[in-house]
Ligand binder design. Structure first.
Ligand SMILES: Cc1cc2nc3c(=O)[nH]c(=O)nc-3n(C[C@H](O)[C@H](O)[C@H](O)COP(=O)(O)OP(=O)(O)OC[C@H]3O[C@@H](n4cnc5c(N)ncnc54)[C@H](O)[C@@H]3O)c2cc1C
Length: 158
């Protein structure tokens, strides 16, 4: 069985739905906490590699590098692990992953126009959000050190 780990594409709507109903907001509101949790969950999944195949789905180089380093350190074979990317969104990342010996899997949206438009809106919201990795990398030219900062040291939990 493969488990795909994602940060979640419904961050904006989760907050709106919760606020409308006076529920506690179920998502982190500090991006470092989301990233740190993603790293903890990557480790948790890799610990169970004898039972499950881990699919790390992200375009964030820090999140991918963390998964790559953990996999190597824990001695998990490549066939128990894969990277997944959304077609057209990852720039030169796929070529870099292939150059490092990985075979990333691409996801391509297929289906009806209305869900397709919702998908497009989610991607636009995601990529233009202030904390988006893609925005920081492609449009704000944040330094490699800034992009690779350890979120676990900054999120106040560790
Ligand atoms: C192959 C693939 C399949 C996917 N399938 C699904 C799926 O089935 N279901 C699904 O929901 N999503 C899915 N996604 C989308 C995924 O959940 C992320 O939205 C997307 O990949 C962006 O995360 P990132 O690590 O690439 O980028 P990053 O820029 O590092 O992270 C962006 C994410 O961080 C979170 N975030 C943004 N701002 C804040 C903030 N201020 N505070 C706290 N957190 C914040 C949001 O979850 C946002 O999507 C998929 C992505 C890929 C690559």
């Amino acid at each position: 069985m493969t488990i795909r780990l994602v940060k979640g594409a419904y961050w904006d709507s989760e907050q709106i739905w919760a606020n409308q109903r006076n529920w506690p907001v179920p998502v982190h509101t500090d991006k470092r906490k989301t990233d740190a949790q993603f790293e903890r969950m990557t480790y948790r999944l890799l610990q169970e590699s004898d039972l499950i195949r881990t699919a790390v789905a992200s375009h964030n180089v820090r999140s991918l590098a963390w998964a790559m380093a953990l996999r190597e350190k824990m001695g998990i074979p490549q066939h128990r692990f894969e990277f997944q990317l959304l077609y057209g969104m990852a720039g030169t990342l796929p070529a870099a992953l292939v150059g490092m010996g990985y075979s990333p899997r691409f996801y391509v949206p297929v289906g009806e126009p209305i869900p397709g438009m919702a998908y497009l809106v989610r991607r636009i919201l995601e990529n233009t959000s202030n904390d988006s990795f893609i925005r920081k990398f492609f449009y704000q030219s944040v330094s490699p050190e800034g992009l690779l900062n350890d979120p676990k040291q900054e999120d106040g939990n560790e």
